[in-house]
Design a protein around this ligand. Structure first.
Ligand code: NAP
Length: 296
């Protein structure tokens, strides 16, 4: 069975046993660990369906959405760069997707209508609670990389959870200003400060969240140098890897607690699964499969 399918495959969707009825769409998508995580869950629950990868270019996504119901799909996940395009292609947009500004989970309803959700922000919140045992509402949170999709989902989740204070930091001002306007549009009471990355004020922050990919490539530095971190800080790097990221190593040097993006990926996947099947996902099975598949 092919590991990565194309739009041409979707037009003549291959018969398989169990049938391919779930997928992650993206460009690129070959690296995604979602199939391992979801297939482990499907097997554990004895559900006769499999989850695969669909490599789609931007101009192929609308056709792909039209084919989901006819080809028997239960749902899909959307990853970079298709999350925002998916907003306009579903029939119903859940509030979670409106807040995130994108869809990462599509449910094909029985009548063929497509419902779009985002589980990125809620997955982040669960992961923070699991890692550090605190609720977002107790924290002053700094989002680093507030100009991208992950930054928006995290910022909206923090604002919606009524965090103590929200600091939005981004390299460039333009996208930062757009997010500030969106956050205050949804949550006018949010206590928010926005600035460029060179103006971080660590003494006012409890939780740092890296929403950039800085630290993913070998040799890249930590987005926050170790000497700006304090032992009381909580540090969450959304980069998903089984290894310690440069930001986590900086946290180690400062004596601070840290976590990477694997539990966020896990919990967003758990919530997708529960949208599709309306039953509890086997979280321990999914965690083990994800850990085994994660880049090191
Ligand atoms: P994106 O939309 O491309 O956003 C990238 C953000 O990073 C922007 O704010 C950008 O700032 C900033 N940035 C890029 N290069 C930078 C640099 N050299 N220095 C400083 N800032 C820089 O990407 P995304 O989809 O939000 O993803 C970002 C990260 O989140 C990735 O590592 C991804 O793997 C992770 N993520 C994790 C999960 C999970 O479940 N764990 C889910 C989603 C995403 P400008 O606005 O200035 O360009």
């Amino acid at each position: 069975m092919k590991e990565v399918h194309t739009i041409e495959d979707l037009r003549h969707w291959p018969k398989a046993d169990p049938p391919l009825r779930l997928a992650v769409i993206g460009d690129p998508v070959a690296h995604s660990a979602s199939p391992q995580m979801h297939n482990a869950a499907l097997e554990a629950l004895g559900i006769g369906a499999r989850y695969t990868r669909l490599h789609l270019r931007a101009e192929e996504v609308a056709e792909a959405f039209r084919l989901l119901d006819p080809q028997g799909f239960i749902g899909i996940n959307c990853t970079i760069p298709h999350k925002s395009a998916a907003l306009a292609l579903v029939d119903e947009v859940d509030v979670s997707a409106k807040l995130a500004g994108g869809v990462n989970t599509v449910l094909v309803r029985r009548d063929g209508r497509l419902a779009g959700f985002s589980t990125d922000g809620p997955g982040f919140e669960r992961a923070v609670h699991e890692a550090f045992g605190v609720a977002l509402r107790e924290l002053r949170v700094a989002v680093l990389g507030a100009g991208g999709g992950a930054g928006r989902a995290v910022a909206m989740q923090c604002a919606g959870a009524r965090c103590q204070r929200l600091f939005l930091y981004n390299r460039t001002a333009e996208k930062l200003n757009a997010l500030v306007a969106s956050v205050l549009g949804f949550f006018p009471e949010c206590r928010l400060t926005a600035s460029t990355l060179d103006n971080i004020s660590p003494s006012e922050v409890d939780l740092f969240v890296n929403c950039t990919a800085v630290g993913m490539k070998p040799g890249e530095p930590s987005i926050v140098p170790a000497d700006r971190l304090l032992a009381r800080h909580l540090v969450f790097d959304t980069i998903y890897t089984a290894a310690r990221t440069p930001l986590m190593l900086a946290a180690d040097a400062a004596g601070a607690r840290s976590e990477n993006g694997l539990p966020m990926l896990l919990h967003q996947g758990v919530m997708s699964f529960e949208r599709w099947f309306d039953r509890p996902a086997p979280i321990d099975v999914m965690r083990a499969a994800l850990l085994a598949a994660a880049p090191r």
